[in-house]
Design a protein around this ligand. Structure first.
Ligand code: ZN
Length: 311
């Protein structure tokens, strides 16, 4: 049992912003919670008579938003959305599009766009449980873009808005033939080297994950990514944690993933109204129903990001 568990943790931990807790790294739950707090603060602010609290957590925000009585429901709502976010790794571990692996940019974007549409419909029909499930899933995919692509390596510091807007084209994705990574990198400390012209010309690529890749493409990297070749797990570009192949960029990737998640949440707000948005987040008299305990709950201390190092 223990070995199976460790293998599962290892398998999941190597191909996404982590879902277990790691020192000095933000996992999907941290990113999701911070984004929901920031987006909800914006909604409260739009109504007026609101002062953004410091620290920003479910309790202080509920109070400032004059919804004190719903603070615990809000906490539950965030946990449920985060649960469905992390479930994406256990439900679809080998599907490229759910994690923007292997340059699956268009398919990943469609998951997000279709998810946004479904959420709007669910909310109209008061199906908030289904809406939270879909929201968790698409936030996962959106967040993975920043740790799995070379968006951050290209020097971008703002979200790729094309991922949440149907009419906007994904900027400059590499075609299947374009080589994107050097094949003779030897520095085990800095991960794979993305080709100079790819970074200079801002050509979008992402790490391949799985069993094999075309020569010249970048790998995701990590213990169970076999595209790197034997004993070359370091030879990837992911920024899932500070100990990943491109881990020195982890914090930048996490920051842009938070900003992108806030934009997606604002889009949902704009497609509905304030009260519906609050209800989706759990900031409402009805306690949100749904599962939120996984084997990883064990690792996640309760209030780790409760004050969310807000600014
Ligand atoms: Zn993932």
């Amino acid at each position: 049992m223990r070995i199976a568990f460790l293998l599962l943790a290892l398998l999941i931990g190597v191909h996404t912003f982590y879902i277990e807790e790691k020192p000095n790294s933000k996992n999907h739950q941290d990113i999701t919670k911070i984004a929901i707090l920031r987006a909800t603060a914006k909604v409260c602010e739009s109504i007026g008579g609101f002062e953004k609290p410091k620290p920003l957590n479910t309790e202080t925000l509920a109070r400032s938003c004059k919804k004190d009585a719903f603070a615990s429901n809000f906490e539950t709502g965030i946990k449920i959305i985060s649960y469905y976010n992390q479930q994406t790794d256990t439900d679809y571990p080998l599907s490229d599009k759910y994690h923007f692996h292997s340059e699956a940019f268009q398919d990943g974007k469609l998951l997000i766009i279709n998810g946004l549409e479904a959420i709007t419909t669910y909310m109209k029909n008061l199906k908030f449980e289904d809406a939270r499930k879909t929201l968790g899933q698409i936030l996962h995919t959106l967040q993975d873009f920043y740790s799995h692509s070379n968006w951050i390596e290209m020097g971008e510091t703002e979200p790729c808005t094309a991922l949440i807007n149907l009419e906007e084209n994904i900027p400059n994705p590499a075609d299947k033939k374009t080589e994107t990574c050097e094949t003779d990198t030897k520095d085990t400390n800095t991960g794979a080297t993305i080709k100079d012209n790819i970074l200079k010309d801002k050509i979008l690529t992402s790490g391949y994950f799985g069993l094999s890749k075309k020569k010249g493409k970048c790998s995701h990297g990590g213990t169970l990514d076999f595209t790197t070749g034997f004993w070359r797990g370091w030879d990837g570009i992911n920024k899932d944690g500070t100990d990943s192949s491109h881990g020195s960029l982890h914090n930048k990737a996490a920051d842009v993933a938070i900003a992108a998640s806030v934009q997606l949440l604002e889009k949902i707000w704009k497609s509905s109204d304030e009260l519906t948005f609050y209800r989706l987040m759990g900031l409402h008299k009805d306690k949100p129903e749904g599962n939120f305990k996984t084997i990883f709950s064990f690792f996640n201390s309760k209030s780790r990001v409760s004050d969310a190092s807000e600014n």
